[in-house]
Design a protein around this ligand. Structure first.
Ligand code: GLN
Length: 509
């Protein structure tokens, strides 16, 4: 079905005109999900509820009554957002059979807008990772050079390889790799991810899709299973910037059930047809030229910066000297919040449980060692160590002070008149699984999140925009960041990049 890789705007128009029905579209998306099963993007398929929702959408479309802004649109949801009556596993044995009694606010808002959820997507266990390789449901694979047959619209440039690789596939990035692949492979038009250190922007970069982390608080977290409460944000994936803007307009806004949410003026967000750069000051932070940055990423960074300058933007070199501490600081703050959040997984009220008749403590210990992987258990242990009375000041409180300095770097840059920052997202194109998995989870985060983590500390919005394909045919992307609350303008500049760089699109055969 050729609708599946189109834009949200086009397919919504087709649904409204009746050239495709919501049920046909849901069936096609579910079929695509099956065809792409080898990529392992989904933990669960929700075919039955999707078809029921699509039938209801179709009735509303036919009667032209209560037609929502996403009426009939197939979407996917990362499996760490609660979905009423539908299992929500967090990619962990611990929640393998957990069926929440309520849905996350963002899920309810998508459903209210008429979206049709076709499944829950794969992730690193409890979103702790950067490759979607540490899920108890197996790793997710990147669609690029996976063996899936596709053609690339190369816009006159020389052809890039599209054939599959034997055995050694490319990682999708993570932790929201399933959501990125669901959108890249045409199973869903939009998907939800979560981003605490880069988990939306990293897989978006590797999979050639747009991935946005909104300002902290703009999109409510209620029903997103907590990792690091002070940094977690629901994130958005789409193939086009306008698609992401449409979704943001639906899910943003104050939620009385989330005290960290803020009101925003993003409802019905529409970006300018042809955004312009005149008068904009774009900062290039020196510290993002970090060790390990590949020359091909440096090349696209320079190319896009030059093009922006030629098109009316003022480019300015800036310094953000504390950026280099963000990973170290995160390696303390993340486990501390994890240690606190994970006290709930005891096997008593919900989740996996290993019975031990001799003692309650033994039951907790056996449950947690059977239900949680090494990465999660390691972070719980580390966090409890950092929070011991004799250590708290030395580690946790010290890290909070460093976090403040990182935030101050952003404030200084904005106060100097810079409107946006342009940086890499990942150090290179997607890595092969063998190379990626030769590093442990902690080292993976230390290299994967170098360019993405600081914005989570500061709560500022950031977006991944795919730019081009490298010689191996893999996507190369860049990141834009903006001051807190400037989410709409951030997307406008992302749209400018999309329009001018014309990232080659996949045509799946
Ligand atoms: N890689 C980071 C971690 O493992 C970030 C994950 C995320 O953003 N959810 O904690």
């Amino acid at each position: 079905m050729n609708h599946l890789l189109g834009s949200v705007k086009d397919v919504l128009a087709c649904l409204r005109q009746g050239s495709v029905s919501a049920v046909e579209l849901a069936e096609a998306a579910l079929q695509q999900q099956e065809t792409m099963a080898r990529l392992n993007a989904f933990i669960s398929r929700t075919a039955e509820s999707a078809l029921k929702a699509a039938e209801k959408s179709q009735k509303r479309l036919e009667k032209k009554e209560n037609v929502g802004p996403l009426e009939g649109l197939p979407v996917a949801v990362k499996d760490n957002f609660c979905t009423a009556g539908i299992p929500t596993t967090c990619g962990s044995k611990m929640l393998q059979n957990y069926v929440p009694p309520y849905s996350a606010t963002v899920v309810r808002r998508l459903e209210r807008a008429g979206a049709v959820m076709i499944g829950k997507t794969n992730l690193d266990e409890f979103a702790m990772g950067s490759g979607t390789v540490d899920s108890s449901f197996g790793a997710t694979r990147n669609i690029y050079r996976s063996g899936v047959r596709y053609r690339v619209q190369t816009q006159g440039e020389s052809d890039v390889p599209t054939e599959g690789l034997d055995g050694d596939w490319y990682v999708a990035g993570g932790s929201s790799g399933g959501s990125a692949v669901a959108v890249a492979s045409g199973s869903a038009f939009l998907s939800l991810g979560s981003d605490t250190g880069g988990s939306v922007r990293n897989p978006a970069s590797y999979c050639g899709v747009v991935g946005m982390k909104p300002s902290y608080g703009v999109v409510p977290r209620m029903g997103l299973i907590s990792l690091v409460n002070s940094m977690d944000v629901p994130g958005l994936f789409g193939r086009y910037v306008d698609d992401v803007a449409t979704m943001l307009g639906v899910i943003a806004g104050l939620d009385s059930r989330d005290s960290t949410s803020v009101s925003s003026s993003l409802s019905n967000l529409k970006l300018p047809e042809e955004p312009r750069l005149d008068g904009l000051v774009v900062g290039i932070p020196r510290e993002y030229h970090c060790p390990g940055l590949s020359s091909e990423v440096v090349d696209v960074w320079t190319k896009v910066a030059d093009l922006m300058e030629d098109s009316g933007a003022e480019l300015r070199q800036v310094s953000m000297p504390h950026t280099k501490y963000s990973i170290l600081c995160y390696s303390v703050l993340n486990p501390c919040e994890v240690a606190s959040n994970f006290t709930r997984y005891t096997g008593v009220e919900y989740g996996h449980r290993v019975d031990a008749s001799h003692s309650m403590e033994a039951m907790y210990a056996l449950t947690r060692s059977a239900g949680l992987n090494d990465v999660v258990r390691g972070r719980i242990l580390a966090g409890n160590y950092f929070l011991l009375r004799e250590n708290k000041e030395k580690y946790y409180e010290q890290a909070l002070k460093v976090r403040r300095l990182i935030l101050q770097d952003f404030e200084n840059v904005w106060n100097s008149g810079v409107h946006f920052l342009l940086t890499p997202v990942t150090l290179s194109a997607a890595l092969r699984y063998s190379e990626f998995s030769s590093l442990d989870n902690r080292t993976q985060t230390a290299t994967q999140d170098i360019c993405t983590q600081a914005s989570n500390m500061a709560g500022v919005p950031a977006v991944t925009v795919p730019v081009s394909l490298n010689e191996e045919g893999l996507p190369l992307s860049l990141q834009l960041m903006a001051p807190r609350g400037e989410d709409a303008d951030l997307l406008s500049v992302a749209k400018w990049i999309e329009q001018h760089l014309k990232f080659p699109r996949l045509c799946i055969l």
